[in-house]
Ligand binder design. Structure first.
Ligand SMILES: Cc1ncc(COP(=O)(O)O)c(C=O)c1O
Length: 217
């Protein structure tokens, strides 16, 4: 499995449990994901490769250059499977430089799986509910590995209601944009450098020991 360093750590833990080889590719100077270097690593492997791309990324909060990423996906050998973790995609939709991988799946790409969650913009982390998107071909290959008892009836009902609740969704995104603006303005005022964020968090320098920082926040 190939992923950037740093990124959300769950997949790495699953790989460790299965004794799979994990290669981490450092992000660049501005915390941007180095897709070209990840591709180089993937091309150097002889077996199957799972590529973990969290877009927007956690904890950096920034988006991936989709032109380079899509180009790789469109021209990748059959041994490369891409997991696009779109937990934060809702927050990035307003950015014209962001593109979800959904188009690739709609175009029939079998080498892409998207994962999404109800834990962020819908505020339902406690319900433990998310979903994957893939072509029928790929979904059928994954199916035998799915846990038999996975979702709760309450979770499914809540998710269904959440998808219909357009006004909460809109409000959630608007409040996030507003509070992120306040946070970034404050960080700028305090001269604490931060990474441009398309999520609901902002990676930044804290400047002082953590305990002091937490108290002042
Ligand atoms: C990038 C990313 N993917 C997945 C998750 C997990 O979401 P869930 O609550 O659906 O397990 C998180 C949670 O923090 C996350 O940041």
């Amino acid at each position: 499995m190939i992923e950037p360093s740093t990124t959300f750590g769950a997949l790495k833990e699953y790989c460790k449990a299965e004794n799979l080889n994990v290669i981490q590719v450092p992000v660049g100077q501005n915390f941007e994901m180095n897709i070209a270097a990840m591709k180089k690593q993937a091309m150097a492997q002889t077996g199957s490769v799972l590529i973990n791309i969290c877009d927007p990324n956690n904890p950096t909060g920034n988006i991936v250059d989709f032109t380079t990423m899509f180009d790789w996906i469109n021209n990748a050998p059959e041994t490369h499977l891409f997991l696009l973790d779109e937990a934060y995609f809702d927050y990035a939709q307003a950015n014209p430089r962001y593109k979800s991988g959904l188009d690739l799946i709609n175009q029939g790409k079998d080498n892409v799986v998207i994962s999404r969650t109800f834990s962020k913009v819908h505020g339902m982390a406690g319900m433990r509910l998310g979903y994957g998107i893939a072509t029928v071909n790929t979904a059928n290959k994954i199916k035998p590995f799915a846990a038999g008892f996975n979702l709760s009836a309450a979770g499914i009902a809540a998710a269904s209601a959440a998808l219909d609740d357009k006004s909460f969704y809109k409000k959630s995104i608007e409040y996030n944009q507003l509070s992120r603006k306040i946070l970034v303005a404050t960080l700028n005022e305090l001269e604490l450098e931060s990474v441009p964020s398309d999520t609901n968090f902002v990676l930044h320098i804290i400047g002082t020991p953590l305990a002091d920082y937490a108290k002042h926040m």
